[in-house]
Ligand binder design. Sequence first.
Ligand code: SAM
Length: 221
Amino acid sequence: MQRKIIETGDGSKTLFIPEMDEQYHSVNGAITESEYVYLDKGYRHNQSLEPVVLEIGFGTGLNALLTALEAEKSQRKTTYISLEKYPLKAEEVKQLNYGSLISEEAAQLFEQLHTRLWNSKTTVTPFLDLLKIEADLKTFSFDNLPLVDIIYYDAFGPDKQPEMWEEQIFKSIFGISNQSATLVTYSAKGEIRRRMERSGFTSERLPGPPGKRQMLRVSKL
Ligand SMILES: C[S@@+](CC[C@H](N)C(=O)[O-])C[C@H]1O[C@@H](n2cnc3c(N)ncnc32)[C@H](O)[C@@H]1O
């Protein structure tokens, strides 16, 4: 699958897949979207003191980077588990400019997040343990994962990759979610919301990041 680096509205870069006509983040701003949808509405909203985060789609590692920085700032010891079928190549990682836009510390952390081995849990900072799992979500078994508190559902859009948004996947995630778990996603599609509700979650629509009217947040309670 061919991928191209593009610049988004806030100056941060992302990847674009011409064949799918799909990008990894909003063209209106990759950092802006990630910060709003996943950090603000998800990570900061959830009250767990030592959260386990599950991400669907490690991709560029931007959500992981922002979470690692926030974990340190708020002194929340965080376990970050992320699934990815198509890890980035080192040349692609080098062209992403998140570190240079944020801070020198972020640049070093970003490199660490990418160079750590797949499929083994590793301590990246005193506040972040990372487990990147190279796997296909469609055949992945959630049975061996710990209970999770915060879920970043960041798959490609339901119109582009419908098999990533099936009810059975949401049911499996519901099954490994803690009582106070929070799931956030940039998609606000009615059918996705209904599938999440049928899987046991309670949903709310929130205003979306720039360029999107709404996003979804669902919780177990
Ligand atoms: C919207 S992008 C993720 C963006 C990412 N969270 C970030 O911060 O850059 C969707 C991700 O899902 C991954 N993906 C696609 N199909 C998958 C599958 N079957 N199983 C696991 N991951 C998959 C893609 O490779 C891509 O990294």
